[in-house]
Ligand binder design. Structure first.
Ligand SMILES: [Zn+2]
Length: 409
């Protein structure tokens, strides 16, 4: 099951910068396929795992305000902790109070007809026209695949965030949050995917069967960008081309040096099994290309991370920001933003356009299931923003941005 391999790989350390630069200089910018492929036998420690250190870049971005960012933090037991004053740890007493005492107002219709009307699932364009995928030139295209799963095409790359194609967000197939809207496509119907970014280990973001299926289809041609501490689990799924990163560390897809993937902070937590709380880091992702910049907020409460991210890497052409699973606030606010805070993230990271995620797919919290987009449009109005500044897509729907960008040779 998904849990195998967890718990064995938490003494992971990333290499220091000198090591990285040395490695990058000695290998140049060539990324032979064999480099990625031969590492399936490597040990669980990332010190010796070439999977995590192959294909490092040979340059660093000219960081602005390098000293002004918050680094990841561990407690005395080695587990990660949130460094934000806005965080409050979950205690069992509150989990029970939420589960037993709070009214669930989600009211998800039982009938498929009603759901099809309220939240239609449309066929993604690439099923009919697979040859169009990945050819956005200097533009950017985003497709919502449900919950926090989006497909982004930009700067000659196609990548996915938190791909979940299973029926339940749970370690077992017979219980746990069930999805009330189907995925708009199968993994086999996807175009060629170059990279996947994982934000954290919760089941509605990291799905064992989806990881295995993506690996079965794309193998080591697909690069996985994962949080610090997850490399061993990814290897136990059979993935060979995995890069695990600490906050503010960066890497790229082999052969695509010009596009930088940076793991950045969020305010959240990790858990898949009874005892593995916060052994893996959580976070958000920035993708910085020559034409476009994309930000994936992952799953998060509101905190000071986003202003730091905006200062260092903004403005972004597109941000994917969660708007759902926020009620009751006394319990949810530390881990999940509400639509108003989602708009503040949009502003903090300096996003030109944002797409709403983390709603309309799994029943995870107590707000009415159609409230997130309504509350989002109310919040946008309060901030003087337009609905197209922070838009909502149908399941499977795509939006093109920056189509007037000029391709430079
Ligand atoms: Zn989560």
């Amino acid at each position: 099951m998904a849990a195998t391999g967890l718990g064995e790989s938490y003494s992971l350390q990333t290499m220091n910068k000198e090591d990285v630069n040395e490695q990058a200089m000695s290998t140049g910018n060539h990324y032979p396929k064999e480099t990625a492929k031969k590492h399936h036998h490597s040990s669980r420690s990332s010190q010796s795992s070439d999977s995590s250190r192959s294909s490092r870049k040979s340059f660093r971005l000219d960081y602005r305000l390098e000293e002004d960012v918050t680094r990841s933090k561990r407690g005395k037991d080695g587990r990660f902790v949130n460094p934000w004053p806005t965080w409050k740890p979950l205690v069992m007493q509150n989990v029970l109070k939420w589960a037993l005492m709070e009214k669930n107002n989600s009211n998800i219709p039982g009938s498929k007809e009603d759901l099809d009307k309220a939240l239609p699932v449309v066929e993604p364009y690439f099923i009919e026209n697979p040859s169009l995928a990945g050819k956005t030139k200097a533009g950017l295209r985003v497709t919502w695949l449900g919950h926090a799963s989006v497909m982004v095409e930009m700067d000659d790359l196609v990548f996915l965030t938190d791909p979940v194609f299973s029926q339940r967000a749970s370690p077992v197939s017979f219980m746990g949050p069930k999805r009330f809207r189907e995925p708009p496509c199968t993994i086999d119907q996807l175009p060629k995917i170059d990279a996947v970014m994982i934000s954290h280990t919760h089941y509605d973001h990291l799905d064992y069967r989806s990881v295995v299926s993506l690996n079965a289809r794309f193998g080591s041609e697909l690069r996985w960008f994962v949080p610090l501490g997850l490399l061993g689990w990814m290897q136990s799924c059979g993935c060979e081309n995995v890069i695990e990163l600490d906050w503010w560390d960066e890497n790229c897809v082999p052969g695509h040096d010009e596009v930088t993937f940076v793991f950045t902070p969020s305010q959240h937590w990790c858990k898949r099994t009874a005892m593995d709380d916060n052994k893996v880091l959580w976070g958000s992702w920035c993708v910085l290309g020559p034409w476009n910049r994309f930000f994936f907020a992952g799953d998060t409460g509101y905190c000071g991370a986003f202003e730091q991210i905006g200062k260092r890497f903004g403005p972004f052409d597109l941000a994917a920001i969660p708007i759902g699973a926020y009620e009751p606030r006394w319990f949810m606010k530390y881990q999940h933003v509400n639509p108003e805070e989602a708009v503040r993230i949009h502003i903090d990271v300096q996003s030109k356009s944002s797409v709403a995620i983390h709603w309309g797919t799994f029943a995870l919290a107590n707000e009415y299931y159609l409230d997130p987009p309504f509350k989002l449009s109310e919040a946008l109005e309060r901030y003087g923003l337009k609905t197209e500044d922070f838009f909502v897509l149908k399941h499977g729907e795509s939006r093109d941005l920056n189509i007037n960008n000029e391709a430079f040779e």
